[in-house]
Design a protein around this ligand. Structure first.
Ligand code: IPM
Ligand code: MN
Length: 356
């Protein structure tokens, strides 16, 4: 089979890590007889520099025409002073929305070989972390009405959710829970926000269709606390755009390995956008220090979800598990280890060797 993958390399370390993932996909292609055609497009700061806008129409068209999209990271200090609608991040929000990617799937797991990197107390880390966050991605306060008063002394952003928007992300979460430990924790602020009260009521209704899955509701402030106190309690989390943004950073950090965590954004079709959870790390761009693993694992998620290539996805994941278990480290996951940190290219080479 031939698969066309749109590449949004982006800014900072984005190009290095996307190129690493492409090398892995090429090796998978040779070994399992698939052809991956890569089509690069500009998005983010690099698009602003080249075209004046963060998301050129050509990029939107290219992503919509591709079988899937692989993204590095966008943004950096160079573009920080631009007004909101011209920032690199606007490109990311725009492509998510243009592709209808309402479900953002962010797994966070503690690698036993990296447990020492977790900032959690050893007895808490020992219980393990294996959760997956389902974050609503194209609604809520990110896309609500916003503005400033004429005198510039007041500003507002609006959190708004419809039953339809809540239902579709809730179904995605419950379906995933069925394939896991059968528990969904819905996180909201229903003691204060009307939109959260609608969220809670709607998720409860959807839950009736999944009697084999346990639903638990949790207030977001408590959830932030539980994430460090007892993260092993979480299986599938479903939450709004803004709460998911905040909690997924927290979840990734308690595993001690933000450089390892992939994500998938999908909508009604399996064609989606796959990207590492971490940012563009402009401070280390071009130094070879970037960890390619989160992007390589994002490519694995793409093979699994977008192309139904489970064996190929597992081959990548097992190669990553193997190099980590063997003690290979990039600088970000070095911790107390005295090993020489590998560069982005060297780590990719080690993973390729284990794919065969
Ligand atoms: C993320 C990022 C983005 C978000 C930014 C860059 C717009 O933080 O993917 O979590 O807030 O969604
Ligand atoms: Mn974020």
């Amino acid at each position: 089979m031939t698969y066309t993958i749109a590449l949004l390399r982006g800014d900072g370390i984005g190009p290095e890590i996307v190129d690493a993932a492409c090398r892995v996909l090429e090796t998978i292609g040779e070994r399992y007889d698939h052809t991956f055609v890569f089509k690069p497009y500009l998005m983010g700061g690099c698009a602003i520099d080249a075209t004046g806008v963060p998301l050129p129409q050509e990029t939107v068209d290219g992503c919509l025409a591709a079988d899937s999209v692989l993204l590095g990271a966008v943004g950096g200090p160079k573009w920080d002073s631009l007004p909101g609608h011209q920032r690199p991040e606007k490109g990311l929000l725009g492509i998510r929305s243009a592709m209808g990617l309402y479900t953002n799937i962010r797994p966070a797991r503690l690698y036993p070989s990296l447990a020492a990197e977790s900032p959690l107390r050893a007895d808490i880390a020992a219980k393990g972390i294996d959760l997956v966050m389902f974050r609503e991605l194209i609604g809520g306060i990110y896309f609500g009405k916003r503005g400033r008063s004429e005198d510039g002394l007041t500003a507002y952003d609006t959190e708004e959710y419809s039953v339809y928007e809540i239902e579709r992300i809730a179904h995605a979460a419950f379906k995933a829970a069925r394939l896991r430990r059968k528990k969904v924790t819905s996180i909201d602020k229903a003691n204060v926000l009307e939109s959260s009260r609608l969220w809670r009521a709607t998720v409860a209704k959807v839950a009736e269709e999944y009697p084999d899955v346990t639903l638990e509701n949790m207030l977001v402030d408590n959830a932030a606390m539980q994430m460090v106190k007892n993260p092993s309690q979480f299986d599938v989390i479903v939450t709004s755009n803004i709460f998911g943004d905040i909690l997924s950073d927290e979840a990734s950090q308690v595993t001690g390995s933000i450089g390892l965590l992939p994500s998938a954004s999908v909508g009604d079709s399996t064609r989606g956008l796959y990207e590492p959870i971490h940012g563009s790390a402009p401070d280390i761009a071009g130094t070879g220090k970037a960890n390619p693993i989160a992007t390589i694992l994002s490519a694995a998620m793409m093979l699994r979800y977008a192309f139904s290539l489970e064996t190929e996805a597992k081959a990548i994941e097992q190669a990553v598990d193997a190099v980590l278990a063997e003690g290979y480290r990039t600088a970000d996951i070095l911790g107390a280890s005295t090993a020489m940190p590998l560069t982005c290219t060297e780590m990719t080479d080690r993973i390729l060797e284990r794919i065969g």
